[in-house]
Design a protein around this ligand. Sequence first.
Ligand code: TRP
Length: 446
Amino acid sequence: MDNRGGFKSKFGLIAAVGGSVVGLGNIWRFPYLAGENGGAAFIFVYIVICFLITVPLMISEFVIGRSAKTDVVNAFRRLTGGRRWEIVGYVAIISSFVMVSFYSVIGGWSLDFIKEAVLGNFTGKSSSEINIWFDSFVNSGTMPVIWSVSFIVLSCIIVIGGIEKGIEKFSKMMMPLIIFILFGLFIYSISMKGFGDAISFLFKPDFSKITPKVVLLALGQSFFSLSIGMGTMITYGSYIKDKVNLGKLSSTIAITDTSVAILSGLAIFPAVFTMGISPTSGPDLVFITLPSIFAQMPFGYFVSIIFFILLFVAAVTSSISLIEVLVTYLRDEFELKRSSAVIITCCTVSVVSSFITLSLVQDSAFTIGGMSLFDIADKATGVFLLPFGGMLAALFIGWYYGRDKFADHITNNYTVKLKESIINILYFIIKFVAPIVIGLLFISLL
Ligand code: TRP
């Protein structure tokens, strides 16, 4: 298909890829993981892994996508001329499907939280009151389902517009808004009593806190945060122009993503320390701890509205990238119209997402072996599917695609200046380091 469209401007491309990487991973997952795992020590390991392993993997995914110029499944067929590697594409399709179904549950919560914040329902509430309210909200079943389906429908409406007029245009408006809001929250938090404590927590590493588990979590988080391992960057890569410098793009994106993650830590932790709360509240940090802090602090009413709008916007710009993986597949593989592909995706994702949402209701039938579908989707993606997908992409470039083609492609046939030594290091990481590190991770899990 030649009329696939693509990213038009440089800023649009950075905004769209940036929109994909900046999401719940930065604002919800990163702060609570850092909080639970020693703050600065976790952040240190995270940054090292991000630039050492995850960025080369991002480049690999872009190379696969851009050189094949088609969806994740056909990309492997086209590049190999056979069907042996297409399994990697199918893994990406399944992963993206599970991920977006799970992601939209939380995206749906953010919508409800905007509503509660606007109605002032958090004002004056203690954290245990908010906890009870949150439990009953999740347990009610119907409301969370309505919110997560709304979240999916909203995302699909953007995707229907296509790459340039939908995803790129929307991200160009939303990325600046995300950064602007985060900066505003950060400036506000400087005035808080707990700011100093937050700074030491986030930036003074206690290296004795670095354990294998911390490394593992940091690796998983860097994949999650940089949208690696589910074919998102393969799909987006297929819409990137040949003249774009993929190495530069990937580094810019990684720097942006890490800055946003740290900025959201800086926006969240001063409030946590000011209120004398432990930073280790886990996944509840953003949905229970923060609202209860907002409830007590000056201007909390406005801050809570702004914060949940931020969470929602960041989540949508990411979910559209996951949906696009599925839509591009349906279009390129079955030659469907974009609108039909989006409608099929929207309906199937909504159904699965509803089951996942309902699995959180007490005594829900949607459990497997005592685990809710929500927990299964969370663990399956974070712990298994992301690293697995990332490893397969690395193995493909390292052991099938080969150094020469890789070098040709990232230098755009030697029109982009890149030292041979850098190419060698990158290729070495992709061929050996990344698969081995991820392999060790799996072994340590067993
Ligand atoms: N990176 C996004 C976040 O931080 C989530 C995301 C979007 C993602 N697409 C992905 C994660 C693909 C893994 C793979 O919230």
